[in-house]
Design a protein around this ligand. Structure first.
Ligand SMILES: *[C@@H]1O[C@H](CO)[C@@H](O)[C@H](O)[C@H]1NC(C)=O
Ligand SMILES: *[C@@H]1O[C@H](CO)[C@@H](O)[C@H](O)[C@H]1NC(C)=O
Ligand SMILES: *[C@@H]1O[C@H](CO)[C@@H](O)[C@H](O)[C@H]1NC(C)=O
Ligand SMILES: *[C@@H]1O[C@H](CO)[C@@H](O)[C@H](O)[C@H]1NC(C)=O
Ligand SMILES: *[C@@H]1O[C@H](CO)[C@@H](O)[C@H](O)[C@H]1NC(C)=O
Length: 599
């Protein structure tokens, strides 16, 4: 353990606490229209607990300055409304002598006047690039918030074009080389018909391997990056959001934010750290920030996966309804969905006993039970991809594993960006017996979802007991502050990784400061399935703060595997198709995969 600096939890006198309450968002936005960022005196731009206003700005007048230029991202070049840039921020909001950091930015400008202000976007991960997301999909994002906002993308600390960036592996070994074919990318192998004692023995061995890999990779991070790693945590990113809003819109502007998936954790930190600066904030695909910040990671999955089986069952139900060839897993239209499911699960179990050789791919290898389950969870989150998923699964069951294997190979661009966020956020964990992890997750495997071990590797937040640094700040609640403006919470009925339960937890914390809308569909984030109803709710909220009726449910416009879903992806004929496209792009952006073929 390197750094031992004190943790400044929940600094009560943070800038959020000092800001006067504002009720009238409209007026402040009007004032903002009159302020050009270049004319804001640098003295107004510095915020942060220890960086007193107007002290050292003369020495570093680059702080808060943004220069916009054309974007290099493919697919964004066409629009003159898309711009890219960077902003210089304090590296450490609690230590002015630590120097500066740079946050990659993009902006898709309002095309309708009067302009209302800015909305900052986070696509999730953690690890997804907001800069690329907005540069490439800014116009699509305006279909959610309105064309009168500038949509702002930013690369959170350590990610994308932000500097310092998280790069632990240097020299001859890339992170991908290091993790390839280990339990961290093959995932855990087990068959559901193993006896508990046998399953436990095999899993403990795999868990020990995982622990040794976590220790190795984080020792390497400590060596190559040292103290630079301390600043990637969510609390620091929230202070950046506050800083960026001040830089672009002035010190009185309220913060507007739209976060998906991990972006909802960022959103919960944001509104509770700066409750008096909340303007229009929407969170979609809600993760439980209170558990994320305070509970050991291996206890999260019981909650996380509480809707996974629902989504899984809907997949087989719809597969049966459309039948082959749309869903080749079904033998005939109307086949009992549980028969389709049993065939698939028996096949996965059989791979545990006899992995399939897959020679005919870019990266040849073995199709294993663990990899099949990774593929399942990775696509269950995106119902618009279910036709593709069912096809690839059917091919594998027919002896052709290439499509599945290729889809679960580690992203060649991957690094430990996600760990840098989640390990700075997590409360330090005492040394952990592998048996403790296995006992808990095996119980979830039996009682909640067969994808229980899978999620440890598809959502890699583990191993933080070996994280080498301590962040300057680690927000741990309270999560129930009274906000200057209520926020909009969006949850799907059957979200395989961020269940409705989480939306309800956040809504309960923010009882009088939020509204919850439930979309009756499977998938991760409401964007996973287009819904005119949800879209109307979101647009009305960003237009003037209109909140939906209490207990509002929105239907999706069509079910998964429907002709409309397939058509929407091939044509571009209006707002709903834009939403379908945005849903697919979001899924890839969150996973850090390329999506230029979609824009
Ligand atoms: C502040 O940063 C400087 C420069 O990195 C460092 O030497 C110093 O120890 C830091 N102070 C604290 C209180 O962390
Ligand atoms: C478990 O299932 C596999 C594949 O269906 C089968 O080969 C194996 O014999 C079964 N094992 C037990 C212990 O039931
Ligand atoms: C917020 O939660 C804390 C502890 O969880 C509780 O003590 C406090 O009363 C709550 N505040 C409100 C306004 O409900
Ligand atoms: C929310 O408002 C209701 C009605 O005014 C009140 O009874 C309740 O205590 C409030 N809840 C919180 C957490 O402030
Ligand atoms: C959404 O809003 C549009 C325009 O205001 C309206 O025509 C449409 O009926 C609404 N759709 C739903 C499902 O609420």
């Amino acid at each position: 353990m390197g750094d031992k600096s004190p943790i400044l939890d929940n600094e009560p006198g943070g800038p959020g606490g000092k800001r006067p309450k504002r009720k009238d968002v409209g007026v402040s936005r009007f004032i903002l229209l009159l302020i050009l960022c270049a004319t804001i005196p640098a003295t107004l731009l510095l915020v942060g607990p220890k960086l007193g206003l107007g002290k050292e700005i003369e020495e570093d007048n680059a702080l808060g300055k943004v220069t916009w230029t054309a974007c290099r991202q493919r697919g964004s070049g066409g629009s003159p409304l898309a711009e890219c840039g960077a902003i210089t921020v304090p590296l450490d909001y609690f230590n002015e002598s630590a120097g500066t950091a740079s946050i990659g930015l993009s902006r898709y400008r309002a095309s309708v006047s009067p302009r209302k202000g800015i909305v900052l976007i986070n696509p999730g991960g953690p690890g997804g690039s907001g800069k690329t997301f907005v540069a490439m999909a800014g116009k699509l994002l305006q279909t959610l918030v309105g064309e009168d906002y500038d949509v702002i993308g930013f690369d959170p600390r350590g990610i994308g074009d932000s500097r310092p960036s998280t790069k632990c592996f240097t020299g001859d070994t890339s992170y991908t080389t290091f993790v390839r074919n280990t339990v961290l990318t093959r995932s855990y192998d087990l068959a559901s018909n193993l006896s508990d004692t046998e399953a436990k023995k095999m899993l403990v061995r795999q868990q020990r391997e995982a622990e040794a890999l976590y220790k190795t990779q984080f020792d390497i991070c400590g060596k190559t990056m040292g103290d630079q790693l301390r600043y990637m945590g969510t609390s620091t990113v929230v202070r950046d959001i506050d800083f960026i809003t001040t830089a672009l819109e002035g010190p009185d502007a309220l913060i507007n934010f739209y976060g998906f998936s991990y972006g909802t954790i960022l959103g919960q930190y944001l509104v509770n750290m700066f409750p008096d600066r909340v303007g229009r904030v929407a969170i979609d695909g809600v993760a439980d920030a209170s558990a994320w910040a305070s509970e050991p990671y291996y206890t999260w999955y019981r909650g996380w996966l509480s809707s996974t089986t629902d989504a899984y069952d809907i997949f087989f139900q719809r597969c049966s309804e459309v039948g082959p060839p749309h869903c080749p897993l079904a033998q005939e239209k109307g086949e009992d969905p549980s028969d389709i499911k049993d065939r698939l699960e028996n096949f996965i179990d059989s791979l545990f006993y006899e992995p399939m050789s897959v020679p005919d791919t870019n990266v040849p290898g073995l199709l294993t039970a663990g990899r099949m389950r990774m593929f399942l969870l990775g696509n269950l989150v995106a119902p618009l991809s279910w036709p593709y998923m069912s096809n690839a699964l059917a091919l594998a069951m027919g002896g052709h594993g290439a499509a599945v294997l290729e889809a679960v190979q580690p992203n060649p661009r991957a690094e430990l960006t996600r760990s840098a966020v989640s390990c700075n956020d997590q409360k330090p964990l005492a040394p952990l017996a592998p048996e403790t992890v296995v006992d808990e997750v095996l119980d979830v495997f039996h009682k909640v979802s067969r994808l229980a071990f899978t999620v440890i590797t598809t959502e890699p937040d583990a191993g933080c007991q070996y994280w080498p640094v301590t962040p300057p700040e680690r927000f741990q609640g309270p999560w129930n502050r009274t906000l200057s403006n209520p926020i909009l919470i969006l949850s799907n009925e059957a979200d395989p990784v961020t269940p409705l339960r989480n939306g309800e937890i956040v809504h309960k914390f923010l009882e009088n400061s939020s509204s919850l809308v439930i979309q009756n569909s499977p998938g991760h984030c409401t964007l996973a399935m287009p819904s005119a109803c949800t879209n109307n709710v979101t647009r009305a909220f960003f237009a003037d703060g209109t909140l939906p009726a209490k207990g509002m449910h929105c239907p999706a416009d069509y079910p998964p595997f429907s002709g409309a879903a397939i058509k929407a992806l091939s044509e571009d004929s209006g707002r709903l198709d834009a939403q379908a496209k945005l849903g697919l792009i979001l899924d890839l952006a969150r996973k850090g995969l390329p999506y230029d073929h979609l824009v």
